[in-house]
Design a protein around this ligand. Structure first.
Ligand code: GDP
Length: 514
């Protein structure tokens, strides 16, 4: 928490008046460094200068872990990172040639005691990467043995006995981040790549790992840092004849920073569904062809299809990848509880089940039967999804024209399909995709995580506060607080901006002291 001393009566934005003259800055990130600044006029400001930083200590201990998944496989890798990596590794194996950066060496994996007489229990390829040219930027060794859990456990336990420590989950990537080799978005992309379920997800993660998101944020951040430097220079070096930046100039600069960040925030619509996927419920009366359409989309027989209505007795779901977007398809039951029921009752039950499934689904496909006139329940069903992301498949179009039914679909987009002949299925996929993505096209460097989106939204809101403050002719010291808030938010994506960065820019841009 920091305190700002202003002439009495001042108030704005996130600042609250305390005791008439002291203003309290809320929501200041913990750990932010404060530098007392003498300002022109009568007041003193305790100005946060830097975002909270990650612990720069990259750790001097050596960590070890089995890096391949649990279980048996052709190859299993034990990875070491830290100053003792090489010295521990050479005691685990018998090398024919000394370790050399980036070279794989054939070696015998030694049994239990590792002494000169130790027996060979496996063969391995040992690769050494010298600091800073490794994944973690530390000395790093990978021992690729056969994927026997017994051998890998032996290597791990012996490494622990020789002074290495068991790595925490994600600690190799954490070290890469702490050493500055990866920024936070890249480190997160490593996790996303590993967890990717579709090729599109993997490509998205790979592009983020390559720094696509950071590169997209960077120009806006650079423009923001320049504006901060401009205002700081006007305040801190007033005696050096630095002109005070005109209000219009500040407004213009802020207005330039906002649109690219807005576009980035908007990319979250597609990014979120690429990352998390969506649930799509297929609903409608029994026998309309829901299961058949479900199977067409899944492209294999997952749900049971029969000519008797109401045979899909329970909800069936399947995960598919539609143009790389993970979709959980839910085929709702056209449930018929007993033989005594009339067909009408069965249909109603089917619709009730559909309603339940629809409640949780992000997207809905209503299946109508082109050979049947709409019943009351179906009309109500259509009305209930009218305001939601939904579309209508008018099925069995091989038996009857879809047009009469399509007139009843109102605002909902409709597609004529035949689950039997496959007609209209590509169009159905296309429509589902448009519905899922909101029409947003694939682009590089999109936001896929809520954390990233929140950072951009925070930056935008702080910039909007700064623009407002500037329009109200609020002192530059106060505008700077908003700009720093925006900068911290962007820092949380691309890495920290230090006071030195800003000072360097001030000194390189202005002829201070001349
Ligand atoms: P559900 O109860 O809505 O899941 O309907 P089903 O998928 O089980 O289909 C009911 C019956 O309609 C089955 O005999 C299907 O073979 C048939 N059917 C489904 N779709 C079509 C279609 O597009 N054309 C024709 N001719 N028959 C279809």
């Amino acid at each position: 928490m920091s305190w700002i001393f202003l002439p009495g009566g001042s108030q704005r934005g996130d600042l609250q008046i305390r005791g008439g003259a002291e203003l309290q800055l809320n929501a200041r990130p913990a750990g932010a460094d404060c530098a007392a600044h003498r300002l022109r006029g009568h007041y003193t400001i305790l100005k946060p200068m830097a975002a909270p930083s990650a612990n720069p200590d990259t750790g001097t201990d050596t960590i070890v872990a089995i890096s391949t998944p649990p279980g048996r496989g052709g190859i299993g890798i034990v990875r070491l990172s830290g100053p003792l990596s090489a010295s521990v590794a050479v005691q685990l194996v018998r090398l024919r040639q000394p370790l050399e950066h980036g070279r794989a060496r054939l070696a015998a994996v030694l049994d239990e005691d590792g002494g000169v007489d130790a027996g060979r229990i496996d063969e391995a390829l040992v690769t050494f990467f010298g600091a800073p040219h490794s994944y973690t930027a530390e000395d790093l060794v990978e021992i690729a043995a056969h994927g026997s859990p017994v051998v890998l456990e032996l290597l791990l336990n012996r490494a622990l006995g020789l002074g290495a420590r068991l790595a925490e989950p994600g600690e190799f990537t954490q070290r890469a981040f702490l050493s500055g080799r990866l920024d936070l978005t890249q480190a997160e992309a490593v996790r996303d790549l590993i967890e990717a379920q579709t090729l599109t997800q993997a490509r998205q993660a790979a592009s983020q790992m390559g720094g696509a998101l950071s590169r997209r944020v960077q120009p806006a951040k650079q423009a923001l840092v320049e504006l901060v430097a401009l205002l700081e220079a006007g305040i801190d070096f007033a005696e050096d004849d630095i002109d005070v930046t005109p209000q219009a100039e500040i407004a213009r600069r802020i207005a330039e920073i906002i649109p690219p960040l807005d576009a980035l925030a908007a990319s979250f619509t597609r990014g979120r569904i690429v990352h998390d996927g969506l649930t799509l419920a297929i609903v409608g009366r029994p026998n309309a062809g829901k299961s058949s359409l479900f199977n067409c989309l899944v492209e294999r027989d997952r749900a049971i299809v029969t000519a008797a209505p109401g045979t899909t007795r329970d909800t069936v779901s399947e995960r598919i990848s539609l143009d790389g977007i993970p979709l959980e398809l839910v085929d709702t039951a056209g449930l018929r509880e007993g033989l005594s029921e009339s067909l009408e009752e069965a249909e109603q039950l089917g619709i009730v089940r559909s309603r339940e499934a629809m409640a949780d689904a992000a997207l809905v496909v209503v299946v109508l039967d082109a050979t049947q006139p709409l019943n009351e329940e179906e009309r109500r069903l259509l009305a209930s999804v009218a305001g939601r992301p939904a579309l209508v498949a008018i099925n069995k179009c091989d038996l009857a024209p879809a047009t009469p039914v399509s007139h009843e679909c109102g605002v909902l987009p409709n597609v004529a399909t035949s689950a039997l002949t496959g007609e209209g299925i590509p169009a159905l996929r296309e429509r589902i995709l448009t519905l899922a993505t909101g029409g947003a096209a694939a682009e590089p460097g999109i936001l896929t995580s809520l954390r990233h989106r929140n950072a951009i939204v925070t930056a935008l809101s702080a910039l909007s506060d700064a623009a407002q403050a500037n329009a109200n002719s609020i002192p530059h010291e106060m505008i700077l607080l908003d700009l720093y808030r925006a900068l911290w938010a962007l820092d949380s994506l691309t890495g920290q901006t230090t006071p030195d960065d800003i000072l360097a820019l001030i000194f390189s841009t202005f002829c201070i002291g001349k």
